[in-house]
Design a protein around this ligand. Structure first.
Ligand SMILES: *Cc1c(COP(=O)(O)O)cnc(C)c1O
Length: 355
């Protein structure tokens, strides 16, 4: 039996979207490939509220995260981490010999604007990374307040990991002033894994041009140059299959209406939080809860793997905690094309098992 995925990626993919992956192949230097990229870029700009260029990468989101921090850090990066995925950005920096400092908080907490201001006030940094939505703890960072801080530091390039939220929560890239905003196909966009998407500002590209060694495959300047100057194509062969599916899915997303889509995510999050509150406890700071994934404290000391196995028998999968939180928490994702009815079905199934 297929187990419906309520894990924070990969998510359930609609059959009609999946079917687009088997569109007959085209040449990656053809006019059709150019038109495909150009169409995707226009639609992504609408979804991201930006006029910036849109770049795709045939990798998961981590590829563009590594590319961004390596390409755009001229002097030193300030990495604001609120969990596993923020920490990953720091590892990407150090393993590429990019000077960086890690600013962490207690798990379950958010990055606060004051913390960013204090770091930037030292004048030591010309790049900042922030996790929009920490999937390990179900925390959504207050990017509005962080944006105000960044506005006072115009020389700093701002990179945002929106992997587990873009397409499920409103992120107004231009209003916030985000220079590189990154997401992956397999989370709120509702596609199979294997493609990463980012918006990139002119400012980020101008910064990257001053960095002598940017690698090659994830060099943002090279990707940008090809999309801009080589008829919306890529230096290497992109996953055209993903692009067909993304183009189609973006039509669906825009037809649903981004605002409606975000409201649907909020409704699902609200339902899961209420359920968690009455059956367990929410793990994270209630002021900064995620709209796309909920992290629940395992107050009943359940064997989550055993629960998941039994859930599997009735056609569902949820997620255990991430890393050190493996048995202390479990997570329910409410992302992409899942509906409130789907979430109700899942919670009813869990209730039946707990009874
Ligand atoms: C899933 C995830 C990543 C990693 O993305 P991949 O597409 O697996 O490389 C990074 N950051 C966050 C917040 C995520 O949820």
């Amino acid at each position: 039996m297929h187990k419906r995925l309520f894990i924070p990626g990969p998510v359930e993919v609609r059959p009609d979207v999946l079917a687009r992956m088997s569109t007959p192949m085209i040449g990656h230097r053809s006019k059709s490939a150019s038109a495909l990229q150009a169409g995707i870029a226009d639609k992504m700009r609408t979804l991201m509220y930006t006029k910036n260029e849109i770049l795709l990468s045939t990798s998961s989101g981590s590829g563009l995260m590594e590319g961004a921090i390596r390409s755009c850090t001229r002097r030193r990066a300030a990495v604001f981490s609120i969990g596993a995925f923020g920490d990953r950005w720091y590892k990407m920096a150090t393993s590429n010999n990019v000077p960086a400092d890690l600013f962490s908080v207690e798990p379950g907490r958010a990055t606060l604007p004051e913390q960013v201001e204090a770091a930037l006030a030292t004048g030591a940094y010309d790049l900042v990374t922030v996790t929009h939505n920490e999937t390990a703890t179900g925390v959504m960072n207050p990017v509005d307040g962080i944006a105000e801080v960044l506005r006072r530091h115009p020389g700093v390039v701002w990179c945002v990991d929106a992997v587990s939220s873009l397409g499920g929560a409103k992120i107004e890239v231009d209003r916030l002033g985000i220079d590189v905003c990154i997401t992956s196909s397999q989370k709120c966009l509702g596609l199979p894994p294997g493609l990463a998407v980012c918006s990139v500002s002119e400012k980020a590209i101008r910064a990257a041009e001053q960095v002598p060694f940017r690698g090659l495959y994830f060099d943002l300047v090279e990707l940008y140059r090809f999309v801009r100057e080589k008829e919306s194509q890529y230096p290497a062969t992109p996953s055209l299959s993903h692009m067909f599916a993304l183009d189609y899915q973006l039509d669906r997303i825009l037809a649903e209406g981004p605002e409606n889509r975000f409201a649907r995510h909020q409704a699902m999050a609200g339902r899961v939080r209420d359920w968690a509150d009455s059956n367990f406890a929410l793990y994270s700071d209630p002021a900064h809860l995620s709209d796309t994934v909920t992290c629940i404290s395992n107050t009943r000391n359940l064997d989550v793997s055993a629960l998941n196995k039994r859930l599997g028998d009735v056609g569902y999968t949820i997620s255990n905690g991430y890393g050190a939180l493996k048995d202390k928490t479990f997570r329910i994702a409410h992302m992409a094309d899942a509906t409130l009815d789907d979430v109700n079905g899942l919670l009813t199934a869990i209730d039946a098992l707990l009874a």
